[in-house]
Each structure stands twice: as structure tokens, then as C-alpha cells.
Design a protein around this ligand. Structure first.
Ligand code: ADP
Ligand code: ADP
Length: 218
């Protein structure tokens, strides 16, 4: 069975906006899934439903077993500007009641994975946009997620930084074996990164196509 099966999902907001209507979507274990579709079709809403940050107004979200540990990377790095990279990465552990001393090795490991071990003491303003996004990815990884949700993480970055982060993300995800649901506007990026693309129709959103991306030869 899939890691999670969304069936007949609807999401109507109190202002009567219908973001999703009749969305069926499986997230398969271990896949890198990209969600693409026009602005406003409900991609972020799908991520929030998966994360448990929002509830559907119709339909079911069925997990295969317990809901896994989830890491969320938001559009824009959304770091605390006053806090160092290490303190930003510490946040999800602190919220889980883990003390600084126990957290330290995990914070170091997460920053190491994104190539920023030497920047643990830097504040966001002292880092480049790409480095801030790496800190944000480390913050998502520090909980050792089995499901990583990413909402247009690289949209605000310049093309070169974006290509570099695409490469690094592909490597990171291959090493971790985490299931990923990745929202992007870029078809190029989704084809490069993903095992599968799901195309959503304009609002109210639903999945209209699922395309498997063949692995490159060799
Ligand atoms: P996408 O990520 O595909 O751009 P979203 O999931 O952010 O789309 O939004 C889907 C639709 O729902 C949009 O029309 C958006 O304006 C609307 N929407 C999102 N959140 C809310 C909310 N809290 N209240 C009302 N409308 C919302
Ligand atoms: P990124 O690709 O991570 O966004 P940038 O190309 O924006 O990085 O980097 C801006 C500056 O920061 C460059 O001088 C780059 O060499 C430096 N830099 C980025 N990542 C690292 C790192 N892991 N170690 C040392 N320097 C780095």
C-alpha cells in the first residue's frame, strides 16, 4: 500500500474558496514525487494536509500505519533572523522537548549533510540565499523525517544556486531514502528531481495526470 492515500479530498475555506475538490493522490513509499500545476490550484494546501497543519473538508487521508515523522521546507527559508544556523536547526527538537546537549550531535549532523558544518554559528543575514535554504533543509532533516515536504523551496533563488541545490538535494535524498513530496512551478526541476510527476488542474484542484519519470540510462 502507498505511504498515504488521499481520496476524494475537498478543501473549502471559510470565505467559500474551494481550493481542492475530489483530489485522489497516492504517495508511494520511497518515491520523489513532484506536484505541479498552475498557481492557486491547491498544491500548498495538499502539503499542509499531509503535514497535519490543515484538515480536509471532505474525503480521507489514510496513512499506511502510523503517520511518519515529517520534515517541512517552506517557500523562503523562514529562519529566525536573530538565531544562529545551529539554533534554527535546533528549533524542531526544542519543540519536541529535547535538550540542547542531546540535540547537539543531531544539529551537527544535519548541518554537515547540507555542507554547512562550519557555519553553525552564523546568523541568516551572514549567509547567502542558497545557504539559508540549506539551513532550512537541515532544520527539516534534524527530526529524521520519513516524509519530506517541500513547497517551492528554490523559487526565490538565482538559477545557478538553484541548479546546485537541485544536485545536492538529489544526492541527499538518495542517501537518506526519504519519501519526498516536492511542489514546484518548474517542469524542468520536477523532471530532473522526481520519480513521478503529478499534474494538478486549476482551482478547484484535483490530480489530472500521473507521469513516471524513467531513470536516465547508465
Ligand atoms: P498553490 O500552492 O497551488 O498556489 P494554494 O494551496 O496555496 O495553491 O491555494 C489554493 C487556493 O486556495 C488559492 O486560490 C488560495 O488563494 C486559496 N487559499 C489558500 N489558503 C486559504 C485560506 N486560508 N483562506 C482562503 N483561501 C485560501
Ligand atoms: P549556495 O550555492 O549554497 O547558495 P552561494 O553560491 O550563494 O552558495 O555562495 C555565496 C558564497 O558563500 C560563495 O562565496 C560561496 O563560496 C560561499 N559558500 C557557500 N556555501 C559554502 C560552504 N558550504 N562552505 C564554504 N563557503 C560556502
Amino acid at each position: 500500500p502507498p505511504l498515504v492515500a488521499l481520496r476524494g479530498i475537498g478543501r473549502r475555506f471559510p470565505n467559500e474558496t474551494v481550493a481542492l475538490d475530489g483530489l485522489d493522490l497516492d504517495v508511494r513509499r520511497g518515491e520523489f514525487l513532484s506536484l505541479i500545476g498552475p498557481s492557486g490550484c491547491g498544491k500548498s494546501t495538499v502539503l499542509r494536509l499531509l503535514a497535519g497543519l490543515d484538515r480536509p473538508s471532505a474525503g480521507t487521508v489514510a496513512w499506511d500505519g502510523a503517520r511518519p515523522e515529517i520534515g517541512f521546507v517552506f517557500q523562503d527559508a523562514t529562519l529566525m533572523p536573530w538565531a544562529t544556523a545551529a539554533d534554527n536547526v535546533f528549533l524542531p527538537l526544542r519543540l519536541r522537548g529535547i535538550g540542547r546537549r542531546d540535540a547537539a550531535p543531531r544539529i551537527g549532523e544535519a548541518l554537515e549533510r547540507v555542507g554547512l558544518a562550519r557555519f553553525a554559528g552564523h546568523r541568516p543575514a551572514e549567509l547567502s540565499g542558497g545557504m539559508r535554504m540549506r539551513v532550512s533543509i537541515a532544520r527539516a532533516l534534524v527530526v529524521r523525517p520519513r516524509l519530506l515536504l517541500m513547497d517551492e523551496p528554490f523559487a526565490a533563488l538565482d538559477e545557478i544556486t538553484r541548479l546546485k541545490l537541485n544536485d545536492d538535494l538529489a544526492e541527499l535524498v538518495a542517501a537518506l531514502g526519504t519519501t519526498v513530496v516536492f511542489v514546484t512551478h518548474s517542469v524542468t526541476e520536477s523532471v530532473y528531481l522526481s520519480d513521478r510527476l503529478v499534474v494538478m488542474a486549476a482551482r478547484p484542484g484535483r490530480a489530472v495526470a500521473s507521469l513516471d519519470v524513467p531513470a536516465p540510462p547508465g
